[in-house]
Design a protein around this ligand. Structure first.
Ligand code: GLA
Length: 395
């Protein structure tokens, strides 16, 4: 079917939906399943949001083939979940392995879209070799040289297919103990930071600027709407700028484990964008936890009664699953209202059959709990909130 015809059908169906079906009668007259099947053929989240921002998803080399239908219908950006990290691309110094990343880039080429690449320099998923020089700790210059060599290799291979890089991930600390002062109140006390202060961040941005001059360069972090952490992130970005490094955008991860504070979200988008940065929502997903936890102190693994508590909190009742949809609807309303500064909204995963949250935090104290944090269900069908999001985009 031609694009034009498909668009006209989609617009017609959307008008029909808004006029006729989006009433309470819909709930009784149409089963969710019957409606979804119609919607499936007519609607595309990515097309509906073209005038606002890209719709992205994190994918893995082992699941991307199974998602080809939903990806090509609803998404126009993809991010390798792990395949561009050091542990996958350079497990030993100078030994590059691109097989897994190639699977993702190959699919992107077939889909005719570019990749949002993530995240070479991160304190996790990086081989210990980075921090060693024989039997001694690596000096800062060596770490910076290694970062530059890695940047050259990944850019030579993938530059034509990448529109944005998360150059450095999660280099800010979450809390600043009162005893600390200076830089250590801002930066995570990672191996990188212990060995070379902030030099590794500058080295990463300088190298990517040199090797990937046409792509946008991002710093990416979580808890980015918590006021104290936001200040640290801003300090990191300003520091980078003061050193003369190019940084084009900030990646707001948006993993939700507690109910969103929409006012802080707005304040954060405004604070980051007022630095002249483009904003990408980079890792959006909504834990069942976010339907009940409004930020009050909660039990942690190891606390007495934790297993019972967490099993209760994570019970996927119909109300909680509907609440996840409501949260998506509310978040997208905010994102749309800042579409002059937001260029991409990426969910951390495609559909509920594969989500990192099913494994996050699991240990002997933590029962394995199935989560439903994404926009598409375990059969890759759009959840009801996807119709809402598409409808809202057309208003
Ligand atoms: C962080 C990282 C991502 C990913 C997720 C969990 O947010 O930025 O690369 O590892 O954790 O899957």
């Amino acid at each position: 079917m031609s694009n034009k015809l498909q668009n006209s059908l989609a617009i017609g169906a959307r008008i029909w939906y808004n006029l006729v079906i989006k009433t309470d009668a819909r709930k009784t007259a149409f089963s969710a399943k019957g409606w979804d099947e119609t919607m499936d053929k007519m609607f595309s989240l990515a097309k509906a949001y073209e005038k606002y921002f890209k719709i992205g998803a994190a994918v893995a080399s082992h699941n991307i083939a199974g998602y080809s239908d939903v990806l090509s219908q609803h998404f126009n950006s993809i991010t390798p979940e792990n395949e561009m990290k050091y542990s996958e691309t350079e497990p030993e110094e100078g030994k590059f392995t691109f097989d897994k990343a190639d699977v993702i880039f190959g699919t992107a080429r077939k889909m005719g879209i570019k990749v949002r690449a993530h995240a070479p320099v991160w304190h996790n998923q990086t081989g210990g070799w980075m921090y060693r020089d024989g039997d001694k700790p690596a000096p800062p210059e060596l770490i910076c040289e290694r970062i530059a060599a890695h940047s050259k290799a990944i850019c030579e291979r993938y530059n034509n297919d990448v529109y944005a890089w998360d150059v450095v991930n999660e280099a800010c600390r979450d809390d600043a103990p009162a005893a600390d002062s200076g830089e250590s109140t801002v930066y995570r006390n990672s191996e990188y930071f212990k060995l070379c202060g902030t030099k590794f961040i500058e080295a990463a941005f300088r190298a990517m600027d040199k090797n990937s001059p046409d792509a946008q360069l991002f710093y990416n972090d979580y808890n980015e709407c918590v006021p104290e952490k936001r200040e640290r992130i801003i300090a990191l970005i300003q520091n980078l700028r003061d050193k003369g490094c190019r940084i084009d955008g900030f990646g707001m991860q948006q993993h939700y484990f507690a109910k969103p504070d929409y006012d802080e979200l707005k304040r954060s988008i405004e604070a980051y964008s007022s630095l002249g940065l483009r904003i990408h929502i980079t890792e959006l997903d909504i834990s069942l936890m976010a339907t009940v936890n409004d930020g009050e102190k909660r039990l942690k693994p190891g606390d007495p009664g934790f297993r019972e508590y967490i099993s209760e909190v994570m019970k996927p009742t119909p109300e909680k699953l509907a609440e996840i949809g409501n949260i998506y609807t509310n978040l997208f309303e905010v994102y749309r209202s800042y579409s002059d500064v937001i260029d991409c909204v990426t969910t951390w995963g495609v559909a509920d059959d594969y989500t990192w949250l099913d494994h996050f935090g699991t240990n002997e104290d933590m029962p394995k709990i199935k989560q439903y944090p994404l926009l598409f269900d375990e059969e890759h069908k759009p959840k009801p909130c996807v119709s809402e999001l598409i409808g809202a985009a057309g208003k």
